[in-house]
Design a protein around this ligand. Structure first.
Ligand code: FES
Length: 104
């Protein structure tokens, strides 16, 4: 897991929590967005469109929907305006999410 984020710049980081990103445990901090946690853990690239294009973080304020992922089983969740919680499950989304596969 990464270390050295926010090294001594006077910022208070929230409590460390553990989330699951695509089934793998990852660290995150209360008060940060899911998008920030995923990018800190995995780098850019939050989802893949139904055309196969990789998309990521763009507006950062809930308008463009480029950052959507499946959060706790809910597809199309905007990760830039969703805050991490202990035990949250975060999955990369392909196309419109699980409904594409005839799921939920
Ligand atoms: S980055 Fe635009 S809605 Fe999240």
């Amino acid at each position: 897991m990464s270390s050295g984020r926010v090294p001594g710049h006077g910022l208070e980081r929230g409590r460390r929590v553990e989330v699951l990103i695509d089934g793998r445990p990852a660290e995150a901090y209360e008060g940060e967005s899911v998008a920030a946690a995923v990018m800190a853990d995995r780098g850019l690239g939050l989802r893949v469109t139904d055309r196969g294009d990789r998309r990521g973080f763009y507006c950062g304020m809930g308008v463009c929907f480029d950052c959507v992922m499946v959060i706790d089983g809910v597809p199309q969740t905007r990760t830039c305006v969703t805050w991490v919680r202990e035990g949250m499950t975060i999955e990369h989304q392909e196309g419109a999410g699980p409904r594409d596969a005839g799921g939920r």
